[in-house]
Write a protein that binds this ligand. Structure first.
Ligand code: PLP
Length: 349
């Protein structure tokens, strides 16, 4: 008999995008190609080494004050995690009974199903239609629904009013994962204040160019937030991360400028891919979801990789295996990507 718990032994773990360590063009994990706020470097240089021998603030008070100020709410409505991924895992543990279910869309962020399986909890899957859209599901019996908006890997934004109705009809906790929301035209923050069953998560990994420090936070009613504090690791967010995240969030201008640059490049790449006859989805994120024409997605993925350009291919489901996802890098990286596409198309035909 296995020494490993059954749900873990049988688990198909989450596989993050590859991190090639040479000079590859990396357009596969939705990282931001631009530098974070210059304040981050300043504070990093000023960190007193003797502070590292002490445990960090378990409650992230200074950081939460900055976030509460940013969103005009009280610090009891804010939880900070070691990346928003940690918050997703804690939410399942805090809000879902063993014999209940976790709901999510498919396709969506594939970590949702993995986290659910780790906890040995049942899934309630809501499938998107052929255009990757969904109607508000009714009569769900899960106690937690994980909803990425904008969705990943499609980049599609669902309008706030529809999600407002979803929250009204849903009996459980609706967690709106806004990892990409700074690239979108709108957001669901107000729903977290309006509905006692809504929590929204944000991340510093994408728009703030800080995937390496692991910081995410969520906003919701004090009750929901307090439950997360009860079960988290005592020191879940390290001292350096708390310091760097604080100054990065105070500098909204740098984040906004980087986001604008990425959106401009995104529009240009959207046009180019559309001109090739590819089916490209309107994105409100820092990536594009597309179906190539005249070449299989899997093949195009491999041929780009041979040219040291990494994008993302989701082979696991028949719903996604004709599509590819490309992160928007710098304009220069994207020209290299587009040139490689041209070259591949010409050599294939
Ligand atoms: C990147 C991503 C996250 C993870 O964010 P971290 O803060 O880096 O943990 C969460 N949800 C979605 C949909 C993502 O794409």
């Amino acid at each position: 008999m296995s020494k490993i718990r059954k749900s873990v032994f049988e688990l198909e773990e989450y596989i993050p995008g590859e991190q090639p360590n040479d000079d590859a063009i990396k357009l596969n994990t939705n990282e931001n190609p631009y530098l974070p706020s210059p304040e981050v470097l300043d504070i990093l240089r000023e960190i007193d080494i003797s502070d590292l021998s002490l445990y960090p603030d378990p409650n992230c008070l200074e950081l939460r004050k900055v976030i509460a100020d940013l969103h005009q709410c009280s610090i009891d409505q804010i939880f900070v995690g070691n990346g928003s991924d940690e918050i997703l895992a804690l939410a399942i543990r805090a809000y879902v009974e063993r014999d209940s279910k976790v709901g999510y869309l498919a396709p969506s962020y594939s970590l949702y199903s993995v986290l659910t399986e780790i906890e040995d909890i049942e899934h309630e899957v809501v499938f998107l239609d052929d255009g990757f859209n969904f109607k508000i599901p009714e009569n769900l019996d899960s106690s937690l629904f994980l909803l990425a908006n904008p969705n990943a890997p499609t980049g599609i934004f669902m309008d706030v009013e529809s999600i407002n109705c979803f929250a009204d009809n849903y009996k459980g906790v609706l967690l709106i994962d806004e990892a990409y929301v700074d690239f979108a035209e709108d957001n669901c923050l107000d729903l977290a204040f309006k509905h006692s069953n809504v929590i929204i998560t944000r991340s510093l990994s994408k728009s703030y160019s800080l995937a390496g420090i692991r910081c995410g936070y969520c906003v919701g009613s004090a009750d929901l937030i307090n439950a997360l504090y009860k079960i988290k690791d005592s020191y879940n967010v390290n001292y350096i991360t708390q310091e760097l995240a604080r100054v990065a969030l105070l500098d909204q201008a740098t984040m906004r400028a980087n986001v604008e640059a990425i959106k401009e490049t995104r529009n240009l790449v959207f046009e180019k891919l559309t001109d090739l006859g590819y089916e490209v989805y309107e994105s409100q994120t820092n990536f594009l979801w597309f179906k190539p024409l005249g070449i299989k997605a899997a093949k195009l993925f491999e041929l780009l990789k041979e040219r040291n350009i990494y994008i993302r291919y989701f082979s696991a489901s028949s719903r996604t295996d004709d599509y590819l996802r490309v992160t928007i890098g710098t304009a220069s990286e994207m020209f290299t990507f587009l040139d490689a596409l041209d070259e591949i198309i010409n050599s294939e035909s």
